[in-house]
Every structure is written in structure tokens, then in C-alpha cells.
Design a protein around this ligand. Structure first.
Ligand code: KDG
Length: 315
């Protein structure tokens, strides 16, 4: 079975018990979130080997995240609980259409204790793909060095790199984000980005400009995610697109991470471009139908049934 590896922060996520402005929400459901963690869980549910590198606080919330992640079958052998850095928190506000806002309590996150010296060659054993995202890079300027070290080892070993910019303008400015991304784009094989994000990053969004951008950096697959509208792939000079699925979204956070997991699953398993987009769209859509950043991530048979419009016997 193929194995993926990723690195990133995680937080206790408080999902509101009611929709609307956060100041009127009095009770929350305690959940777990974090872009790279969602990706790792998504991959594990689809049946990939999945390793998540992280640091959590040595506190009750750190233990919640650790146990939850381990319970999902993710390899947590390189997740450490560190003293003196409380586990971060994220309070969510959710609107009627499932969209929302996040309010971070994310200062001196435990992941800021990661350094490039801690990156080990052994982590990459049996790894078939390295997935990175901009959230990890945004948390601490030093994390770019960690990312670069990981890319260096991956390239050395011939391991492909997928990257999701996952812009979080609450964590850094667009200029800071652009500068960091530009340093790593030349090493990215698969770029998975939202349409809004790529507009912010390169200031353009025509098919021609996007194609030029991918060619300039040698990006093999440029994948543009456009939520409910579907997605597009630019590969070897050609564009392929797939419409989104119509669902009733109740919480859209984590859909992009689910899409990434679906894409990587299909990519490793040799799906055609059309199959890749349809499968990834299906995973992303299903994520939005469940409350929480990762609870809606489907198992393989659930995506298959959903995208093929087959019913699963429930009772
Ligand atoms: O992509 C979803 C994540 O962003 C979410 O689970 C937590 O907001 C979050 C973050 O910044 O990691």
C-alpha cells in the first residue's frame, strides 16, 4: 500500500452549537482540526499509509489530538508532546450555508519547536509522497527551513511533493506568503490550490496564465479547486475539468484538505485525469456534509458509492 507523509500543526477545534456570530454562541463541541492533520486522516480513511509529523502541547488537549489521530490509524511515531507550549485552539463561526470564520488562539504553538535539524532521513522510509501546506509555513518563519529540508530529502530520494498553499491571512500577510511559496514552487510536483488562492498568489486566473505559471515552475499537475463548482487540472499543456457534486453543506471547513487526500489517493493509484478530479471532488463534497473539520472524510467505499450514485445498505 502507498504511504504519504505530511507535517503540520493541529488545534482543538470548537464547533459552535448554533449558527451565526460567535459572540452569541454559548456552547461548542470539542473537536480536532488542522489542515495537514485533516489530510493525513483523509488519506488513512481511503486506505493509504499515512504519517503525520507534529508537536502538541503536553496537556489534556494535546492528548486528545494525539489519541484521536492514532485512533484514525495515522502513524504518530513522530508526534511529540512538548512541555511549556499549550495546544492551540480554534473557535469556529458557521453560517447557514456551511461557510464561516475561524478565530485562532494560536500563539507559540508547540509546532514552533520543530527545527530543520530535527528532520530525519528515516522519516522518509517507505514514503511514496510528501504533502506540504502553507498553514505549517505560516505559523512560524522558521518552518520554511523545515519544509525546505524535507523537500531536499524527498527530492534526493525521488519522492514526489504535493503542496496546498492553504492561505491563512490571519497568520501572515499575502507578501510573506508569496515569498515563501515562490521558494518552494520549483520543487512542487502537484500543486493543489483554490481558485481564489491562486488569484491572490499570482494575480491572474486565465487558463493561459495559469498554464504558463505551471510550466515556468515545472509543476506537473496544477489542480484548481473551485468548491461546489468543481475542479480543473492542467497537465502537459492540457486542461481537464470536472463539475462539483450537489450536496447540502453544513460545515465547509476541511473540504479542501479532503479534496487533496482524494487527489493524492487517485494519483498514487494511477487514476486518469477525469477520474482524479471526480474522485477528489467527491471526497471534498462529502466532508462538507458533516460538522467538524475531518469527521466527514469518507472511507473508500463511501466515496465510490457517492460518486457512482450507488446506495449503501444502512439497516
Ligand atoms: O483546512 C482546514 C484547516 O484549516 C482547519 O482544520 C484548521 O483553520 C485551521 C488551520 O488553520 O489549520
Amino acid at each position: 500500500r502507498f504511504k504519504v507523509m505530511t507535517v503540520g500543526d493541529a488545534m482543538i477545534t470548537f464547533n459552535p452549537s448554533v449558527q451565526g456570530p460567535l459572540r452569541f454562541v454559548e456552547s461548542f463541541n470539542r473537536k480536532v482540526g488542522g489542515a495537514e492533520l485533516n489530510f493525513a486522516i483523509g488519506c488513512a480513511r481511503l486506505g493509504l499509509g499515512s504519517k503525520w509529523i507534529s508537536r502538541l502541547g503536553k496537556d489534556e488537549f494535546g492528548r486528545v489530538i494525539y489519541n484521536f489521530t492514532r485512533g484514525e490509524g495515522v502513524d504518530v511515531s513522530e508526534v511529540k508532546l512538548v512541555e511549556g507550549y499549550p495546544t492551540s485552539l480554534n473557535f469556529k463561526e458557521i453560517n447557514g450555508d456551511g461557510s464561516g470564520k475561524t478565530f485562532y488562539y494560536r500563539y507559540h504553538s508547540p509546532i514552533t519547536t520543530m527545527t530543520p535539524e530535527k528532520v530525519k532521513d528515516e522519516w522518509f522510509e517507505e514514503v511514496d509522497l510528501l504533502h506540504l501546506t502553507g498553514v505549517f509555513m505560516a505559523i512560524d518563519p522558521n518552518n520554511l527551513k523545515v519544509v525546505k529540508k524535507m523537500i531536499e530529502i524527498a527530492k534526493d530520494k525521488g519522492i514526489p511533493v504535493s503542496f496546498d498553499p492553504n492561505i491563512r491571512l490571519k497568520l501572515w500577510t499575502i507578501e510573506e506568503a508569496r515569498n515563501a511559496y515562490n521558494e518552494i514552487f520549483p520543487y512542487v510536483d502537484i500543486l493543489l490550490t483554490g481558485l481564489d488562492e491562486i488569484r491572490l498568489i499570482i494575480g491572474k486566473d486565465s487558463a493561459e496564465d495559469l498554464g504558463k505559471f505551471a510550466d515556468q515552475y515545472g509543476i506537473q499537475d496544477l489542480v484548481i479547486k473551485d468548491g461546489a463548482n468543481g475542479s480543473r487540472l492542467y497537465r502537459e499543456g492540457n486542461w481537464v475539468e470536472a463539475p462539483g457534486f450537489s450536496v447540502n453543506p453544513i460545515d465547509t471547513v476541511g473540504a479542501g484538505d479532503g479534496f487533496d487526500a482524494g487527489y493524492v489517493y487517485g494519483w498514487l493509484n494511477g487514476f486518469t485525469p477525469a477520474q482524479l478530479l471526480r474522485f477528489a471532488n467527491g471526497v471534498g463534497a462529502l466532508v462538507t456534509t458533516v460538522s467538524g473539520d475531518n469527521e466527514g472524510l469518507p472511507y473508500l467505499e463511501e466515496v465510490s458509492a457517492f460518486i457512482n450514485n450507488e446506495s449503501i445498505i444502512e439497516r
